[in-house]
Design a protein around this ligand. Sequence first.
Ligand SMILES: NC(=O)c1ccc[n+]([C@@H]2O[C@H](COP(=O)([O-])OP(=O)(O)OC[C@H]3O[C@@H](n4cnc5c(N)ncnc54)[C@H](OP(=O)(O)O)[C@@H]3O)[C@@H](O)[C@H]2O)c1
Length: 348
Amino acid sequence: MVALAARIRPRAGISPADVKAAVLQGINELVVDTVPQPAPKSGEVLVRIQAAALNHRDVWIKIGQYAGLHFPIIPGSDGAGTVVEVGEGVDSAWMEREVIINPSFDWGHSERAQEPRFTILGLPHHGTLAEFIRVPLSQVAPKPSHLSWEEAAALPLAGLTAFRALFRRAQLQPHERVLINGIGAGTALIALQFAVAAGALPCVTSSTPSKLEKAHELGAKAGVLYNLPDWHVEFGRHHGPFDVIVDSAGGSGFDHLIDLAAPGGRIVFFGATRGNPPELSMRKVFWRQLSLLGTTMGSPADFADMVDFVKNHAIRPVVDTVFPLEKASEAFQRMERGEQFGKLVIRL
Ligand SMILES: NC(=O)c1ccc[n+]([C@@H]2O[C@H](COP(=O)([O-])OP(=O)(O)OC[C@H]3O[C@@H](n4cnc5c(N)ncnc54)[C@H](OP(=O)(O)O)[C@@H]3O)[C@@H](O)[C@H]2O)c1
């Protein structure tokens, strides 16, 4: 714990209290340990985390497949909690406020794309799988009051990514047909909830029949198993073509998504869980006037608009399972196996 203690500065003049955190000490070495309680710097607040949530990013980091790895690191991009201390220059009115944390740090000034110094909470900076975290005041927003701690923790990263993907990048309109690929993904599931709230007509894919049924209950018009051969042909005939397609899997299935897109359609993607597509049918893309839109996280304005959208539509993120911090490794395993439908939440 020596290196970690050096990075989390103990509070000046006060003997540092030890707080619990899930710490990655190396690739696949996740332990629950004690670390010194961080102290907020100028312009920062100290948040007592009530609940945190996992994203696939945390798994990529745990298994060593993420750029800029360093250990030890407290993972976790998503968190919700109470402000318990304010740093210099921060209004003390923030004390005791219930907040969610925007994990998209140092986006920059352009709405078009993030600047090079952009980072995501949980690497390179210590993340939310800890009892306390210090973050700049600009990274917190009041917790929507209709959400439980668990639901609030489930929202930030997936909500921000899905919101920008659907509404900023793909410009989804009411009554448009949208296909959301791999509904078991946390990002995909909140995209489904957003699309339903926006009055679009969403369909979904999954590897698992029970996930298709649950998606139907949330408003999906139809669903199909993407692991069946040529699943897209019959499905496209009955339910396509799609104006907007949301993907985070990539891989060989991406070509089917191109086939399912309507002329002038937009395919928006933010992940490549299955790697790069082995080949891209460029002729299909240009002849059918398709737009391939990359997207990542979102700006502060995207985050604020996403939170407003969630409040206005009383959207409640779906929580799959809640684990105590001591069982954080079980939450990681469930995500690695792809068993979840909804977010995996760690209660602190
Ligand atoms: N760039 C960004 O800003 C950003 C933000 C968030 C996430 N991401 C990336 O997006 C991906 C999803 O992240 P997440 O946190 O939402 O992950 P997650 O919750 O772990 O999602 C995993 C799900 O992906 C689906 N999937 C796996 N293989 C698939 C395939 N061949 N075709 C279609 N779907 C497939 C499965 O859905 P079923 O269970 O339904 O089969 C699986 O449950 C990750 O690669 C992540 O790194 C990027």
